[in-house]
Design a protein around this ligand. Structure first.
Ligand SMILES: [Zn+2]
Length: 177
């Protein structure tokens, strides 16, 4: 396979512990199929407890060895689908790892509880992960970041912060006072 169709990614050879981790350079480079798809060239990826759970094997998970791990990442937009308007090639972006079908009108999505929707999934667990040269996500899952924000700081932000935000703001409804 040509160098242009493959990429590096942190994968695992079998479920287990960190000794199963292996960096491969023959992982297929993801294509932008959807008109709202964005391909990001990853500059930094961060680790989460979830990576160890996926590595160990989550009951019911369809993840197979060779899967790219990682939920958090930041990088540069390298390719966009025809309908993408909020970012352009060359933009620095942060990635929200929680992917959901934005057209879904189920009761959870209508109530703003997208993490409960059947179409919801997380990069690295339900979709190929961010510890790779490239990842493709819907346009809704990227936001531009300022030039002064370091890659590693941006990459460390999303999953843990969004989990805490959902617990404190969405669920517990903590407000000023
Ligand atoms: Zn839904």
């Amino acid at each position: 396979m040509s160098l242009f169709h493959t990429m590096r990614a942190l994968t695992f050879t079998a479920h287990g512990g960190p000794e199963q981790l292996v960096v491969r350079d023959d992982v297929p480079k993801p294509s932008v199929h959807a008109t709202d798809g964005v391909r990001v060239r990853i500059h930094a990826a961060a680790l989460n407890r979830l990576d160890l759970w996926v590595l160990q094997g989550i009951p019911g998970s369809k993840v197979k060895p060779g899967w790219a791990l990682g939920s958090d990442g930041a990088g540069i937009v390298e390719s966009v689908g025809s309908a993408v308007t909020s970012v352009k090639v060359g933009d620095r972006v942060i990635i929200n790892p929680g992917v959901v079908d934005r057209q879904c009108r189920c009761e959870y999505c209508r109530d703003g509880d997208q993490p409960l929707c059947l179409t919801y999934g997380v990069l690295g667990e339900h979709f190929p992960g961010t510890i790779a040269d490239y990842v493709v996500v819907p346009e809704a899952n990227v936001r531009t970041i300022p030039d002064w924000l370091p890659w590693d700081v941006a990459a460390a932000f999303p999953l843990a912060t969004l989990t805490a935000w959902r617990m404190i703001v969405t669920r517990a409804r903590v407000r000023a006072g």
